[in-house]
Ligand binder design. Structure first.
Ligand SMILES: [Mn+2]
Length: 411
């Protein structure tokens, strides 16, 4: 029986030959894959929950240090997750400088910082009826101040991005004055924007429904874009894949925002029905490929888009799930890089519908797993990260060290 390493080598050599014959620059493609990094959110390292229950995985990280340790482990195995995205106030560092130093030693940088005005955690005014859109100015001001504080914490850690998602909205007809709620939100965002350091960007996330079920103040990309434009050049929209109604053409949204140069960030996950937050690429891999296809030029030219996983898992070991997510992202990216963009443009120009579809299908049906693995190995990662993770009994060791009932902060 050949070893997995021998099988990999054979598969990779074969794929390289086939692709080279097709005119693909395989080495360049591998370099793009090696450079591509995705941030891990600090809230994705513990077991997720539905509103019906939470089932602990055991050995979950109990504090920021342990969360950074888990991300460093994922990065060591995969070499494509070298940063953390902190959620404030779930993860407020007590000693910012010590945490910054700790992360640095572990090779982990701070990606975007995320504010939270969608739940109460002991602050003076309740967010039950909203935050930046609230009818009372005192609540709005409290939410603005919170965001400014998040920027300050992020700046001390070396982060350069603030991500905002608002739960603001209404669940009953007549509850909200739509225009007033949006105007309040715009003014609040503009106030936060004035606090943004010059080398920072602000990302505005949208969502069509949930937790509010009649209206959300920022329900779609158009509203997010409108608000970003009202703030300034360093405000952008953020696309969370799960924040769309079923069958929405997300790749078209991505293309539109990218054309306007207002696409600032991504939250990767997948869904069947709504914001299901399951593993990205696990249900709709073709859609993920089409999204990357819209951005392949930006990715290869080192565009400043923030890539982050935003998923939640109540069945899988979260670390294994994050590694699966990373692999699925890399696979979709690699396939998108196989698309002959010149030929696709020519087919589009001539309205050759069949040929255009063939070009995409040909790239999508190519098995790129050996290219992804080769990039990972060359970067110092593992041929099969999950196999290695299981082989080292990492979860069992974590449980022994942190306890069966250790619970990560988050939802
Ligand atoms: Mn999100």
């Amino acid at each position: 029986m050949p070893t997995i390493s021998q099988i990999h080598q054979k598969t990779f050599n074969f794929q390289r030959e086939i692709l080279t014959d097709k005119g693909i620059e395989v080495e360049r493609l591998i370099n793009v894959l090696m450079d591509f990094q995705v941030a891990i959110p600090s809230w994705a390292l513990g077991a997720g929950a539905t509103r019906f229950g939470r089932f602990s995985i055991g050995g979950e990280p109990r504090n920021i240090e342990e969360k950074i340790e888990d991300i460093a482990l994922i990065n060591q195995l995969t070499r494509c997750a070298n940063s953390v995205s902190l959620h404030i106030p779930w993860d407020i560092p007590e000693d910012t400088e010590a945490i910054r130093q700790f992360a640095l030693e572990k090779g982990i940088a701070f990606d975007s910082v995320n504010s939270n005005t969608f739940q109460d955690y002991g602050q003076k005014h309740s967010y039950k009826f909203g935050s930046l859109s609230h009818t009372k100015s005192a609540v709005r001001q409290q939410a603005i101040d919170h965001n400014k504080q998040v920027i300050d914490i992020g700046a001390a850690l070396g982060a350069k991005v603030l991500t905002l998602w608002l739960a603001d909205g209404s669940s009953f007809a007549g509850q909200h004055n739509f225009a007033k709620a949006l105007e309040n939100t715009q003014i609040s965002l503009q106030s936060i924007y004035t606090h943004l350091p010059i080398d920072w960007k602000m990302l505005i996330e949208y969502k069509p429904f949930e937790p509010n079920f009649y209206s959300m103040v920022i329900p779609d990309w158009g509203t997010a874009l409108l608000l970003a434009n009202a703030c300034g050049q360093r405000a952008f929209t953020l696309v969370d894949l799960g924040h769309h109604l079923p069958n929405t053409n997300i790749e078209q949204i991505v293309a539109t925002l990218n054309w306007q140069k207002r696409l600032g960030g991504f939250h990767f996950n997948d869904s069947k029905f709504a914001d299901d937050d399951v593993t990205v690429g696990s249900i709709k891999p073709f859609q993920l490929f089409l999204i990357f296809n819209e951005l392949s030029k930006e990715i290869t030219s080192n565009n400043n888009i923030s890539w982050m996983i935003d998923a939640s898992h109540n069945l899988k070991d979260p670390l294994e799930d994050l590694m699966q997510s990373l692999e699925n992202i890399q696979i979709a990216l690699a396939k998108s890089l196989l698309v002959d963009q010149t030929a696709l443009s020519a087919a589009q120009a001539e309205n050759d519908v069949v040929h255009g579809a063939q070009i995409l299908q040909d790239a999508f049906e190519t098995d790129v797993r050996s290219l992804v693995a080769e990039a990972r190995i060359r970067a110092g990662g593992e041929l099969n990260p999950i196999l290695s993770y299981r082989g080292q009994n990492i979860r069992r060791n974590r449980i022994e060290k942190r306890g069966q009932n250790a619970t990560a902060s988050g939802l």
